[in-house]
Design a protein around this ligand. Structure first.
Ligand SMILES: Nc1nc2c(ncn2[C@@H]2O[C@H](COP(=O)(O)OP(=O)(O)OP(=O)(O)O)[C@@H](O)[C@H]2O)c(=O)[nH]1
Ligand SMILES: [Mg+2]
Length: 401
């Protein structure tokens, strides 16, 4: 068994090329943005992107994701520049992985594996670690081939992934299945403990921060609860759920910070994060944080709303919090200066658009500049108080809690 970890990159900086197969109708601008996001994920695991390969197809090739010609181009580049890994912007099927590995002879990483790796790097609590491990083994099970020789597991009782002998793979499969059921048992135990803990929180309104990754949820959590949650300009800085008690205007509530969402996150992967997502499912009110300075913020809102549907949390009251207005205003000013024909709209216009479109209060803030935080506090208090007295009509304010 090899003594390497199930991590995408080793200590010294490794190199990567990115590969994407956009649909024909996708604009070049959009493709660039998606690849920027993939490059950002790549940077988050510590690898350096050397080149991006794009091939427009109706749908990815069944065998090798890209077509023959494009694959030859990638092979040549990988050989010439001694690239360590090739990263694909979709989830690959087990047979695509096998074929690509045979042709490219370097690490083949798909979007799911990349995200899982970041989760593994970030998970702090025992629950989060068990959740990530479960997701990793679920991903691994149908893909046990010699690809995994370089990615075998060091900690937690090794899975031997020496491949290619059939018996060895069968043994590995059995070990992985056993691991999966052990982790499920462990998580059920955690679930029970968490449930007990949650019962003790009965009688308090619960608010969850939700949103796309890197929009500023943890920064806002720190601001509202005066706590110290890890916030960083990297994707998925937060993987665990953090809960803090907050009191505004004598009304107490619990505020939780949660894992960020991202496009193309497979539902199977989401399911492994049940315990973390329970925090959202059990919330009375959602603060949906949006990075309004991001060119794709509308799509991000859509991705978040769809993910909320997936976890049966789409019918909760929501406050839309448009964050990073400082950056938005900088961009708008720049565009106006350059007489851009389609300069960004004024914030007041955006506000009325979104209040009408999402049927929810919309507040525009800058968490780092603390701009408009008073309005956020006001609206939040109003909504929490409404829920508080609706749910607990006999409860008083803070002193009786
Ligand atoms: N310019 C600007 N930057 C901000 C603002 N709010 C947060 N940031 C920055 O955005 C980055 C991401 O912030 P986080 O609070 O970690 O975001 P998050 O939503 O918790 O991210 P994940 O946990 O990774 O999903 C950090 O570098 C913050 O400093 C803001 O209002 N303006
Ligand atoms: Mg965070």
């Amino acid at each position: 068994m090899k003594n390497t970890k199930l991590h995408v990159t080793a200590k010294e900086q490794e190199t990567a090329v990115l590969v994407s197969v956009p649909e024909w109708r996708q604009t070049d601008e959009k493709t660039k943005e998606y690849l920027d996001e993939l490059a950002f994920l790549t940077e988050t695991v510590g690898a350096k992107t050397l080149k991006r390969f794009i091939q427009k197809l109706d749908k990815p090739d069944m065998r090798t994701y890209v077509g023959k010609g494009k694959l030859e181009e990638i092979v040549a580049f990988v050989k010439e520049h001694k690239v360590d890994m090739v990263i694909f912007d979709d989830e690959l099927s087990p047979s695509q992985v096998r074929n690509l590995e045979r042709e490219l002879e370097v690490k083949i990483i798909d979007r799911s594996l990349l995200i899982l790796d970041i989760f593994a790097l970030r998970a702090q609590t025992a629950t989060a670690r068990a959740q990530v491990e479960l997701a990793q083994y679920r991903y691994l099970l149908p893909r046990l081939t010699n690809m995994w020789t370089h990615l075998s597991r060091q900690k937690g009782g090794g899975v031997a992934m020496r491949g290619p002998g059939e018996t060895e793979i069968e043994t590995d499969r059995r070990i992985v299945r056993e691991k999966i059921s052990l982790l499920k048992e462990k998580l059920e135990k955690f679930d029970k403990q968490n449930y007990e803990q949650r019962k003790s929180r009965h009688g308090v309104v619960r608010v969850s921060l939700v949103g796309y990754t890197n929009v500023g949820k943890s920064t806002l959590m720190n601001l509202l609860s005066k706590s110290d949650v890890f916030a960083e300009n990297k994707l998925f800085a937060t993987v665990d759920a953090t809960v803090r008690k907050v009191v505004i205007d004598n009304i107490p509530f619990l505020l939780s910070d949660t894992v960020g969402f991202i496009r193309k996150l497979p539902t199977k992967l989401i399911e492994s994060f049940k315990s973390t997502l329970d925090e959202i499912r059990e919330a009375d009110l959602l603060l949906h944080v949006v990075d309004v300075s991001h060119p794709s913020f509308e799509e991000h809102i859509h991705v978040v709303n769809e993910t909320l549907k997936d976890i049966q949390s789409a019918d909760k009251p929501v406050i839309l919090v448009f964050n990073k207005t400082d950056l938005y205003l900088e961009k708008r000013e720049q565009e106006l200066k350059e007489d851009h024909p389609e300069a960004l709209p004024e914030i007041a216009d955006l506000k009325s658009t979104y209040m009408a479109k999402e049927h929810a209060p919309a507040i525009f803030i800058s968490a780092t500049n603390r701009a408009n935080i008073d309005e956020l506090r006001e609206v939040l208090t109003r909504e929490v108080a409404k829920l508080h007295f609706e749910r607990y009509p006999n409860a008083g304010k803070q002193e009786e809690w």
